[in-house]
Structures are given as C-alpha cells and as structure tokens.
Design a protein around this ligand. Structure first.
Ligand SMILES: C[S@@+](CC[C@H](N)C(=O)[O-])C[C@H]1O[C@@H](n2cnc3c(N)ncnc32)[C@H](O)[C@@H]1O
Length: 349
C-alpha cells in the first residue's frame, strides 16, 4: 500500500529524520513524503514515532479521475478535498456536495489540507486528489498535538535560561539514531531539563543523563517521572562521562551553547571556550561509546556581524581518527534567535 506523510512546513530536520526512519521514502513535494508499507497499522506506527510527522494519508485505489466519483467515499457529514500540491479551492468540494445533495464541505487553508486541530474537533473525511496522476489519498492519522503541547508547556520543570529543546525537535534528534530502540542505551551528557531523554524513553531506549548542575539533574529526574518514565540521572561533568559509563549505543545532546544574550563583541571570546568543552567531551566519549556507536550533537553557529563561527569545525581537526562524520549541516534556528544550531551525526570508529 502507498502512503503520503505530511510534515511541518520548513522543518529543516524532517528530511534527515524521515530518511533515517523510513529509508525507502521519497519527498514528492516540499514537506510531503511518499512511502510503501504492508498495511495502515504499520504505517501509522512508523509515522507516529516521528517528531516531524503531522498527518498520514493512504492511497484509495480505483479512483477514476472524476472528482464527483469521490462522493461514494464520503461516509461522514463533514468532508474536505484538496488538490495535492495546489492551493485549496472550493470548486471540487462544491461539485461533490451538489452531487450528493448533502454533506458539509470544509475548505482547507492551504495545500496541506486541514489542520490536525480541525480534524480532531470535527469528524472529517479528508481527501487529497491528484487529477493528473488520477490518484486519491485519504487521511488516516494525525499527530497527537495535545500530548506534544503537554510536553512543551506543562512539564513540572522548565528552565528557559538553561535552554530547552522543543519536544518535537528533541524527538527528531533522537530519531537520527537509526538503531532499533530495544535494549539500547542512549545518554544525554548535557541533559538540562531532560527533553531529549523524555523523547528517547518514550521511544523505548534505556536512557541515562548527566548534567553539571545538580538542580538540572534533579529536574530531569522529576520531569521523566511525571510522564512515568525512568532513567539513570547523575550530576557529572560531560567531559568525565567515561568515569561512570561505558558500552553506550548512542549519545544525543544539545550541549551548553554559551550564555544567552551575549553581545556581538563577546563572540570571539566565547567560541574558544565552547570549542574546548566540545573537544574535551567528544574525546572522553570515545571511551563511552561502543564501536559503531553514534553521537547526534548540536553545534552552535555564532555570528558577531563580521565573522561566522561554525564550532563543528573541531571535528575536522583532532577528532578525525576517532569519529566518522555521517551527516552534517542539518541547520535549525528558533525564530529571532542569534545563534543558529547545526546538528551533526558522528559514528565512533
Ligand atoms: C542547552 S542546556 C540543555 C537543554 C536540554 N537539551 C533540554 O532541552 O532540556 C545545556 C545544559 O548543559 C549543562 N552543562 C554546562 N556545562 C556542562 C558540563 N561541562 N557538563 C555537563 N553539563 C553541563 C547546563 O547545566 C545545562 O543544563
């Protein structure tokens, strides 16, 4: 069976996450991925684990290309039809409504169809049609936005000053690890309030985390607990991880990125300190990881208006013999943020 997955528009992590988790998928339109799967349950199971997934639609076989032939497929009062990849228009829906003599057509705002919030609020039969290819797709799943909002806004502890990853970004980062989660250990050595560990634990990894701040370590523990998740959390400097951990499958982390709200003239003094920290940590982690183990790590890109400082360049120098860079240049930044983030995937040699 064929499926199309809709991810959030302009989500720069989505192509990497989808290609790791659904390697056979193809991006057929911006933010729309096509893939094959045996049945709908398996497809839903796959996409519901993603951070980037918003909606899933399955191909409805036997479509003649006549939009009015869709009338038979509409089982509920509310329906919505969008031309795949085209601006939403009321024409098709109106024609079907006339044909059926009943029903309530809901016009989508854009080519992505209706938002999951609207789909949840009203029971809607939602379709996407490609009149040229004579294909029709029906939405069968949308993401559990309530659970994501809960994790984003209502955790017991959140320290915006220490920096927090949005849960969906944390989930996408964990999903850049291509291993099955069973009996695998994943560590975040700069765990902060535990956003990465929460996502990894929800996916089924055995998780552990350390933070140099006792307060942060305690908050990670309590945040995990509030979702009935557990993990081994300790107070430790990330550059000394090997004193307590070994034989680890993956390290996924957003490290200390420098104090927030620095002035441009401070950047050239901040960068060497950060690079020293990352280098010390990555050297230590060669003793923590199994051979073939992975590091998924955020490196900040700072800019003082005169020069761009890409801290990931340390990989090309002293770490060449220890790690193979598998992927670089996955860039994301928060709206209005001065610091851009580059996500890099390294494999221990
Ligand atoms: C950007 S925050 C991580 C936030 C985390 N990803 C989250 O979303 O909750 C960086 C964390 O690194 C910790 N940290 C700073 N230097 C450290 C070091 N040398 N070893 C371990 N943790 C350190 C800070 O206390 C802070 O909690």
């Amino acid at each position: 069976m064929r499926f199309i997955l809709f991810v959030g528009a302009n989500n720069s992590l989505a192509p990497a996450e989808v290609s790791v988790q659904i390697p056979s998928s193809v991006e057929i339109l911006p933010s729309v991925f096509l893939f094959d799967e045996k049945d709908s349950d398996l497809a839903i199971n796959k996409v519901s684990r993603l951070g980037c997934g918003l909606k899933l639609a399955v191909e409805v076989p036997g479509y003649s290309g006549e939009t009015t032939s869709l009338a038979d497929l509409i089982k509920h009062k509310n329906f919505s039809i969008t031309q795949l990849g085209k601006a939403a228009s009321a024409g098709v829906g109106q024609a079907i409504k006339n044909e059926m003599g009943k029903g309530r057509f809901i016009l989508a705002k854009d080519s992505f169809g209706l938002s999951p919030i609207i789909l949840k609020k009203h029971t809607v039969d939602e379709f996407f049609v490609d009149t040229e290819k004579r294909e029709v797709w029906q939405t069968i799943w949308f993401h559990d936005f309530r659970h994501w909002i809960e994790k984003d806004r209502h955790m017991p502890f959140a320290d915006a000053r220490a920096g927090m990853l949005p849960p969906k970004i944390a989930r996408s980062m964990v999903n850049l690890v291509p291993f099955s989660t069973e009996k695998r250990t994943l560590i975040d050595p700069f765990c902060g309030s535990g956003r990465i560990l929460i996502e990894a634990a929800e996916l089924g990894f055995n998780v552990a985390g350390v933070d140099i701040s006792e307060k942060q370590a305690r908050e990670t523990e309590l945040n995990l607990k509030s979702l009935d998740l557990g993990g081994r959390i300790e107070v430790l400097d990330a550059t000394h991880l090997s004193t307590r951990f070994s034989e680890v499958d993956a390290i996924v982390t957003e490290p200390f990125l420098g104090k927030p709200n620095y002035r441009p003239d401070q950047v050239r003094y901040i960068v060497p300190g950060l690079e020293k920290l990352y280098l010390g940590a990555l050297k230590d982690w060669t003793k923590v990881l199994k051979i073939g183990g992975l590091v998924v790590m955020v490196f900040p890109i700072l800019n003082d208006g005169k020069k761009v400082y890409k801290t990931s360049h340390i990989i090309d120098e002293k770490l060449k013999l220890s790690y193979n860079p598998l992927k670089r240049d996955i860039i994301y930044s928060r709206p209005g943020a001065d610091t851009k983030r580059e996500i890099v995937i390294l494999q221990k040699i």
